[in-house]
Design a binder for this molecule. Structure first.
Ligand code: GAR
Length: 206
C-alpha cells in the first residue's frame, strides 16, 4: 500500500484564529492527512498565536511595519514559507492582500476563506455588506487566491439563510460555524489530491 506523506501547510492569521483551531482539530482527529509546519501572523497580539503554541505548532510573527511596501513584505514571506517547506498556504483571517510575488511563488496553492457567497460582497465587512443589501442568503466561500480581492476560483461554498433580527454579530457567528466545517473539508480535498484547476473552474474528484 502506498501511503501519501502529510501535506505541509502554513496557516496565515491576523486575529482570533477560530478557523486555525478547526484545522488543527481536524488534523489531530486524523481526518486531514496534513501537518502545519508554521503559523504566520502579521499581528503579534493575535489570539491565533496562542492557539498554535498550545498545540505545539511553530509560530512566526511577520509584521507589516518592518517593510516599506507589499512586494518586500511578500518576498520575505515567501522565504519564510519556503524555509518551512510549505506546499499549501491557508489564509485563515489573514487581513492583508497578497501581491503577485506570493501568488506566483505558490501557483494554485493559496486558499482563502471569505464570509460571503462570492462574487457577492468581496473585501472587508462582508457580513455587514450582505445585511445592508438585504439579501436572503449569505454564507462562506473557500477559494484559490489570485491577485484580485477575493476573485480566485471557487472551491467550496456553504449557504447561510439571513434571519429576521440578524445583526452583523449573529450572522457572523452562524457563518463561522459553516466556515469551521468547509475549510477543513477543502484542505482535506487538497491533501487527498482531489483538486484540479482549469481556468476559473475547480474540479473535485469523486
Ligand atoms: C473569518 O470569518 C474569515 O471568513 C474572515 O475573517 C474571519 C477570521 O476569523 N476573513 C475575511 O474576512 C477575509 N476577507 P478567525 O480568526 O476566527 O478564523
Amino acid at each position: 500500500m502506498i501511503t501519501q506523506s502529510p501535506l505541509k501547510l502554513a496557516v496565515l492569521v491576523s486575529g482570533n484564529g477560530s478557523n486555525l483551531q478547526a484545522i488543527i482539530d481536524a488534523i489531530e482527529a486524523g481526518s486531514i492527512n496534513a501537518r502545519i509546519t508554521c503559523v504566520v501572523s502579521n499581528n503579534p497580539d493575535a489570539f491565533a498565536l496562542k492557539r498554535a503554541i498550545k498545540h505545539g505548532v511553530t509560530t512566526v510573527i511577520h509584521q507589516n511595519q518592518n517593510f516599506s511596501n507589499r512586494r518586500e513584505y511578500d518576498s520575505a514571506l515567501v522565504q519564510i514559507l519556503k524555509d518551512h517547506e510549505v506546499e499549501l498556504v491557508i489564509l485563515a483571517g489573514f487581513m492583508r492582500l497578497l501581491s503577485e510575488i506570493m501568488v506566483n511563488a505558490f501557483p494554485h496553492a493559496i486558499v482563502n476563506i471569505h464570509p460571503a457567497l462570492l462574487p457577492a460582497f468581496p473585501g472587508l465587512h462582508a457580513q455587514k455588506q450582505a445585511l445592508d443589501y438585504g439579501v436572503r442568503y449569505s454564507g462562506c466561500t473557500v477559494h484559490l487566491v489570485d491577485c484580485g480581492t477575493d476573485t480566485g476560483p471557487i472551491i467550496l461554498q456553504a449557504v447561510v439563510p439571513i434571519e429576521h433580527n440578524d445583526t452583523e454579530e449573529t450572522l457572523s457567528a452562524r457563518i463561522q460555524r459553516e466556515e469551521h466545517r468547509c475549510f477543513p473539508e477543502a484542505i482535506r480535498l487538497f491533501a487527498d489530491g482531489k483538486i484540479q484547476v482549469n481556468g476559473r473552474h475547480v474540479h473535485i474528484s469523486p
